[in-house]
Write a protein that binds this ligand. Structure first.
Ligand SMILES: Nc1ncnc2c1ncn2[C@@H]1O[C@H](COP(=O)(O)OP(=O)(O)OP(=O)(O)O)[C@@H](O)[C@H]1O
Length: 374
C-alpha cells in the first residue's frame, strides 16, 4: 500500500470536516472559555429579572470579535427558559431606528411583524408595554452593535423609550444591554442629557484575547469541526498567528474553514501550511466584507465613487456622487461621516494653500479589495 498514489488523498465523497456548521457565523459555541468575569458581570446585572424585577442595565464594550454577542446569546439562552423573562436581541446594523428596534421586540412577543406603516410608534410601544404588564414579564433587550443607532442619530430616542417605559406604563419592567464595538464612540457621552440621567449601566469590557487564549478557542473549534488529525498543531499555530495580528477570533474561524476547503480542493486529507497561506488574505478581509454587507444602496454608491476618486477632496467627490444619485450635500456629508466611523474610509481635514481646510477622502483598504466586495 505504501506505493499507492491514492493514499493520503480524499475521495470525492470524503471530507476533512466533522461538522462544517461550527464555522458559520450563527453558530453559538458550546464551550465558551476565557470570558468568566464578563459573564459574571452580566449574570449579576440580569439576576433581578429572574425574580420578577427590573434588571440592571449593562454597557458591553470591546473590539470586534471578542465574544460580546456570544456572551449575551449564552446568557439569553439560559434566561429564556425562565418563566416571566423575555429576552430579545436586536441587531442594530439591520434595525437602526427606534421604530425598527421596537418592531423587532414586538415581533418577538407577538410572533408576527407589526404592519410596516400605518401604526404609530406610540401604539407599537403601547402594545409591547401592555403585554409586559398584563403577563408580568420582564423584558431584557440587547441592542447589539448599538453604535449603528448613533450613526443614524436614533440612539437617544430608542434608549429613552426603553428606559422610561415604566413611567408611561407603570409596571413595565425593561432592562437594556447595549453592545458597542466602536471604541472611538463614547456611548454615554454621546447620549442626550435626558437619557444620561437614566442610563447608568454596569460595565463589561471585552478585551482582545491573548495568543494562548486564541489558540485554546481555535483548538476547540478544530476539535468539534474537523476530523481527528486533519489539522496538525503547527497549522493551528499558524492560524493563531494570523488571528493574533487581526485581533478578531472570527478571522481565525473563517481561516480554518477556508483552509479546510482549500485542502479538500487539493484532495488532501490534512490541512497544510500552504492551505493557510493561500487563504490568509481573504480571511483578513472579513471585516471589510462584513462592513460592506451592512451598507444600503446609497452608501454603497458613495463607496463606489470613492473607489474611483481615492484621495480626492470631498468637494470633488461630492460632484461625482451627486451626478450619480442626485442627492444633496447634507445627506452626502452624513454618509461620508458614517463610512469614516465604520473605518471604511479616512476623511481627514487638510490645510489647503490659500483655501482653508478641506477634507480628503481616502479608502482605508486596498481599492481592488473594496471593489471586489461591493
Ligand atoms: N471565548 C470564545 N470561545 C469560543 N468562541 C468564541 C469565543 N469568543 C468569540 N468566539 C467566536 O468568535 C466569533 C465572534 O464572536 P462574537 O460575535 O461574540 O464577537 P463580538 O465581540 O460580538 O463581535 P462584534 O463586535 O464584531 O459583533 C463567533 O463566531 C464566536 O463563536
Amino acid at each position: 500500500m505504501a506505493d499507492d498514489p491514492e493514499e493520503g488523498m480524499l475521495s470525492w465523497d470524503e471530507t476533512v470536516f466533522r461538522d462544517e456548521h461550527v464555522f458559520e457565523i450563527d453558530y453559538v459555541p458550546e464551550v465558551f472559555q476565557h470570558r468568566e468575569s464578563q459573564l459574571q458581570t452580566l449574570q449579576y446585572a440580569l439576576r433581578p429579572a429572574v425574580r420578577g424585577n427590573r434588571p440592571l442595565n449593562v454597557m458591553v464594550r470591546g473590539p470586534p470579535g471578542t465574544g460580546k454577542t456570544t456572551a449575551v446569546q449564552k446568557l439569553f439562552g439560559e434566561l429564556g427558559g425562565q418563566r416571566g423573562v423575555r429576552t430579545v436581541r436586536v441587531n442594530c446594523q439591520v434595525d437602526s431606528t427606534r421604530y425598527a428596534v421596537f418592531s423587532r421586540v414586538f415581533e418577538s412577543i407577538f410572533e408576527y411583524e407589526p404592519p410596516a406603516s400605518g401604526i404609530s410608534f406610540k401604539k407599537l410601544f403601547g402594545q409591547v408595554a401592555d403585554h409586559l404588564v398584563e403577563e408580568e414579564e420582564v423584558l431584557v433587550v440587547a441592542l447589539d452593535d448599538v453604535n449603528y443607532l448613533f450613526y443614524e442619530n436614533e440612539a437617544s430616542d430608542a434608549l429613552y423609550s426603553l428606559l422610561r417605559a415604566h413611567e408611561a406604563h407603570p409596571g413595565a419592567k425593561v432592562g437594556v444591554i447595549a453592545i458597542s464595538s466602536d471604541l472611538d464612540l463614547d456611548v454615554i457621552e454621546s447620549l442626550d442629557g435626558r437619557v444620561q440621567s437614566v442610563f447608568r449601566p454596569e460595565e463589561a469590557y471585552f478585551n482582545r484575547y491573548g495568543h494562548d487564549e486564541l489558540r485554546d478557542i481555535l483548538a476547540q473549534r478544530v476539535k468539534v469541526g474537523f476530523r481527528e488529525g486533519a489539522v496538525p498543531s503547527d497549522v493551528l499555530n499558524q492560524v493563531t498567528s494570523v488571528t493574533v495580528n487581526a485581533g478578531d477570533v472570527r478571522v481565525g474561524i473563517d481561516l480554518l474553514r477556508r483552509a479546510g476547503l482549500h485542502a479538500e480542493s487539493r484532495a488532501s486529507k490534512t490541512v497544510e501550511s500552504e492551505d493557510v497561506e493561500a487563504m490568509s488574505e481573504e480571511a483578513r478581509h472579513i471585516h471589510l466584507a462584513r462592513r460592506i454587507d451592512g451598507l444600503n444602496d446609497t452608501e454603497r454608491s458613495l463607496l463606489r465613487v470613492i473607489v474611483d476618486h481615492d484621495g480626492k477632496r470631498a468637494g470633488d467627490v461630492y460632484e461625482a456622487f451627486s451626478d450619480e444619485t442626485g442627492l444633496g450635500y447634507t445627506r452626502y456629508t452624513e454618509i461620508v461621516n458614517k463610512l469614516d466611523q465604520l473605518e471604511l474610509i479616512d476623511a481627514d481635514y487638510e490645510q489647503l494653500e490659500g483655501r482653508g481646510r478641506s477634507r480628503t477622502l481616502r479608502l482605508a483598504y486596498d481599492a481592488d479589495a473594496v471593489r471586489e466586495r461591493l
